[in-house]
Design a protein around this ligand. Structure first.
Ligand code: NAD
Length: 361
């Protein structure tokens, strides 16, 4: 199979973790005789430096042409006070919107060998296995009007949370579809006791649920969900929620998995003519400037994202399963980076990538 993949390393540890993810992709292509064609592009701070914009037109073109895109992370402290259009994170929002990837899938698993990496008690995290399905191209991150205005000596800031029925329906269908292949349970998270947006969200989710009678649906308010994720994470199978709530809740997932460096994500949209999903794959973590260029970032979130790419964009279930099992084997072997607090000397980013390739065989 031809695998035409665009790689956008981005900033900070983005380059380091995507290098290992690409190494694993190469190993898979070699073993299963796929024709891997890699293209590299600019996104984020590195793109601002080279072209003046965080999401250059050339990157948009390359992403549209590729079968799938693998992203590292964006963000550099030097841009912290830059205007919104000149911030690396703007590139991230722009590429998600350009590709129309409206559903962000964030699997959270507590691996048996890593229970001690979580600050929570083992009996709480053991057995955790959920996917957070976060709506990605709507809500308060994109709504208008937005901005900061000065009027009569007072400063006012506005953001707008907006959703249409169509936006809620399509991400809900994705969540129910995923649940059918798992434990058949969707928990929809909203703030319907306060927000009209959430009232529409809940109404539409209930309607979509009728199309999936084999899947159980329950609802949680987002504040309670934040608590239940820590108190009883095993109760969750698919967590379905809007953009900002999903952004915040999925970082709690990092506490369950042991480190944010562990978490992969897949952002998917409509289907290509060939039937595969349009996909953008990236670890959940950011550019981690505090550990950049030190070869100590955990690449397993990026590598797991390659597994998701093989599954969703290329329909290669066997290869995707092999990547997942290799990650599990490396974790069990104890060859892990410092964030997972190994008992012996921590492995480097590169050593973990190499170990995953070796485990694939
Ligand atoms: P971050 O995820 O970069 O880092 C948070 C903490 O987790 C840091 O202590 C970091 O060292 C650690 N960490 C993150 N990834 C790790 C890994 N793979 N291995 C080991 N440790 C890891 O979040 P932040 O510090 O809030 O943000 C830094 C920059 O990244 C900011 O500019 C922010 O806007 C950006 N950001 C980008 C994305 C993205 O590109 N998707 C996501 C979140 C934050």
């Amino acid at each position: 199979m031809d695998l035409n993949v665009l790689v956008l390393p981005g900033d900070g540890i983005g380059a380091e973790v995507t290098r290992e993810a690409v190494r694993v992709l190469g190993r898979v292509a070699e073993k299963w005789h796929h024709n891997l064609k890699l293209t590299e592009g600019l996104l984020g701070g590195v793109a601002i430096h080279r072209t003046g914009t965080p999401f250059p037109e050339e990157t948009a073109r390359l992403a549209a042409e590729a079968d799938a895109t693998l992203m590292g992370a964006v963000g550099l402290p030097e841009f912290d006070n830059a205007p919104p259009e000149k911030r690396p994170e703007k590139g991230l929002l722009a590429i998600r919107q350009a590709l129309g990837v409206y559903a962000n899938l964030r699997p959270v698993r507590a691996y048996a060998s890593q229970l001690d990496s979580s600050p929570l008690k083992n009996h709480l995290v053991e057995g955790t296995d959920m996917i957070i399905v976060r709506e990605l191209t709507g809500g308060i991150y994109y709504g208008t009007p937005r901005g900061i205005t000065e009027n009569g000596g007072e400063t006012r800031a506005v953001n707008t949370m907006t959703y249409t029925r169509t936006e809620i329906e399509r991400v809900s269908r994705m969540a129910f579809h995923l649940a059918q292949g798992r434990r058949k349970k969707v928990t929809s998270v909203d703030k319907s006791n306060v927000l009209e947006n959430s009232q529409l969200w809940r109404r539409v989710v209930v309607e979509v649920a009728k199309e999936y009678p084999d899947v159980a649906l329950d609802h949680l308010l987002v504040d309670n969900c934040a608590m239940q994720l820590i108190l009883n994470p095993r109760r969750f199978d698919i967590v379905l929620t809007e953009n900002m709530f999903g952004d915040i809740l999925s970082d709690e997932g990092a506490v369950l998995a042991g480190s944010i460096g562990m978490l992969p994500s897949a952002s998917i949209g409509g289907r290509k003519p060939s039937g595969v999903w349009v996909g953008l794959y990236e670890p959940v973590h950011g550019s981690a400037p505090d550990i950049a260029r030190q070869n100590k970032a955990n690449p397993l979130g990026a590598i797991g994202s390659v597994g998701a790419m093989l599954q969703y964009s290329f329909g290669l279930k066997e290869e995707a399963g092999a990547v997942d099992r290799a990650i599990e084997a490396v974790l069990a072997s104890g060859k892990v980076t410092a964030d997972l607090r190994p008992s012996g000397a921590p492995a480097t980013t590169e050593q973990v990538g190499q170990a995953v390739c070796a485990a694939i065989g």
